[in-house]
Design a protein around this ligand. Structure first.
Ligand code: GLN
Length: 495
């Protein structure tokens, strides 16, 4: 039998439903692959071998009883460690949550279990999802399978690297400013940020509540759509969850794979043309635009004049919300507690705990956010940033009166070497130049591989109107049908 770790999720699900492979065989192959390569990749913070095999056995039993299996039954999935999993360590890659085992599952985890997927473990990330390289994990970085000396993107670098290393066919990420799409781009995988409110935030450790969006990561557009369909949909436990049916993303991906984009209007964002992007990234992007035109799409240049203020607005809004959300890590309720020797005040223990438990980037955000929200400054900073957010939303809505989707490169640069951007936080923030506007607006966006620059993957971003997630899948699948998927150099050859 062909190596199941190289197959798509759709192929693996097909094997299992036909009885050509058992879910236990599939889980074992992936667990063995993790055991063989993860020491070098470090995509996982925790591998749940027993749990995965038990879930796989349950699927095999279901099949043996003749019960109907879901579309992803028996398919392994890796879950970003910012998502609560009952009884399984969940740290958000922070020392402050070391050893915490949540007493409940996030809604998306419940849905993954109900669909019969097999959770392999929890993936590495930047601490509390703050970063673009996974270098801010308190447990050490993840290495990009394309080049182990380079970053896998962030914050969800572990999820993306687990796919590129063939440790898992599917993974879950969260996107606050680009953390699903940017790692997808630099690892040559697919990452989709659903419409904000389209996937439940219940059980997601909050970073910036008005932006946080869980979503699917995969090696193909169809696989991402299959996973999207399993996790999306209204959840009464999340007050911002949208009570509407999920667009048929799977049908849209399959339609797109047919390679016909006749009548589809693509908006090329003028403000993203050139600025700050590497020439190799722009070259791969423009070749892909040509490929889409050959499939019948029409390209229209669109001006979004306020996109240039997205980055500064985001870096006020996200830290402000983070400073409030992270106040709950006080050494009393969760995880780490430092200095509780009976002689110290509650305040001293809290302060020692937060000093020891949070890393430097998290502290920077808390300080920035607390300052921006402090009385006298609120209107000047947070208030202004919210006004910019409204203007960016208007740019999107007027653009979508003229075109079906907006397109851009996902990131201005390919995977960079470790340490090359950590000394200047602003250099790190620039990695999300093209992904952040969508988060401020709330619409869906997907990154799909579109070629190589200097031997490293380049991502193509498709942004769609809110609740039109199906549109971005159609265009992304069409592009994938034209340019193909990317295969990283073998890890074995680099032992
Ligand atoms: N890189 C951005 C940040 O550091 C986005 C992170 C994310 O999407 N979680 O805030």
């Amino acid at each position: 039998m062909t190596d199941v770790t190289r197959m798509t999720a759709a192929q693996v699900a097909g094997l299992i439903s036909k009885g050509d492979a058992s879910a236990v065989e599939v889980a074992t192959a992936h667990l063995d692959r993790i055991a063989a390569v993860d020491e070098r990749v470090h995509a996982f913070l925790h591998v749940d071998r027993e749990g995965a095999l038990a879930a796989a056995r349950a699927v095999d039993e279901q099949r043996a009883r003749g019960e109907e299996l879901g579309p992803l039954a028996g398919v392994p999935v890796a879950v970003k460690d910012v998502i609560a999993t009952r009884g399984i360590p969940t740290t958000a890659a922070s020392k402050i949550l070391e050893g915490w085992k949540p007493p409940y599952d996030a809604t998306i985890v419940q849905r993954l279990r109900a669909a019969g997927t097999v959770m392999l473990g929890k993936t590495n990330m930047d601490e509390f999802a703050m970063g673009s390289s996974t270098e801010y994990s308190a447990y050490g970085p993840t290495n990009n399978p394309w080049d182990l000396g380079r970053i896998p993107g962030g914050s969800g670098g572990g999820s993306a690297a687990s796919l590129a290393a063939y440790e898992a066919p599917l993974a879950i990420g969260t996107d606050t400013g680009g953390s699903i799409r940017q790692p997808g781009a630099v690892t040559g995988t697919v990452g989709a940020k659903p419409t904000y409110g389209g996937t439940s935030r219940y059980g997601l450790i909050a970073f910036s509540s008005s932006l946080d969006t869980p979503g699917p990561c995969a090696r193909t557009v169809e696989d991402a759509a299959l996973l999207h369909a399993v996790i999306a949909g209204h959840d009464p436990r999340d007050s911002t969850s949208i009570p509407q049916p999920v667009p048929d993303v799977v049908a849209a991906a399959r339609r797109g794979a047919g390679g016909d984009l006749t009548g589809v209007k693509l908006g090329l964002v003028k403000e993203f043309a050139g600025e700050g992007a590497e020439p190799g990234v722009l070259a791969a992007f423009h070749e892909s635009v040509e490929a889409l035109v050959k499939l019948g799409a029409e390209v229209v240049e669109i001006s979004c004049p306020h996109f240039e203020y997205a980055l500064p607005a985001y870096y006020l809004i996200a830290p402000s919300e983070a400073s409030s959300n992270l106040a709950r890590f006080d050494g009393v309720r969760y995880g780490l507690r430092v200095g509780d020797d009976g002689n110290r005040s509650l305040e001293e223990v809290m302060s020692l705990t937060r000093e020891a438990g949070f890393g430097p980037e998290v502290k920077r955000r808390i300080i920035l956010g607390t300052y921006a929200l402090s009385s006298g400054y609120y209107d000047a900073y947070y208030g202004q940033a919210q006004k910019v957010r409204t203007l960016i939303t208007r740019d999107f809505t007027s653009a979508f009166e003229r075109v079906d989707v907006l397109i851009s490169p996902t990131t201005p640069f390919v995977a960079f070497p470790f340490g090359s951007r950590t000394s200047d936080p602003y250099q790190m923030y620039l990695a999300d130049l093209y992904t952040i506007p969508t988060n401020l607006y709330g619409g869906p966006a997907i990154s799909v591989p579109c070629g190589l620059s200097e031997g490293l993957p380049v991502g193509f971003q498709v942004m769609a109107p809110t609740m039109a997630d199906d549109r971005m899948y159609r265009v992304a699948a069409a592009l994938e049908s034209a340019v193909g998927t990317l295969t990283p150099p073998s890890l074995e050859a680099r032992a």
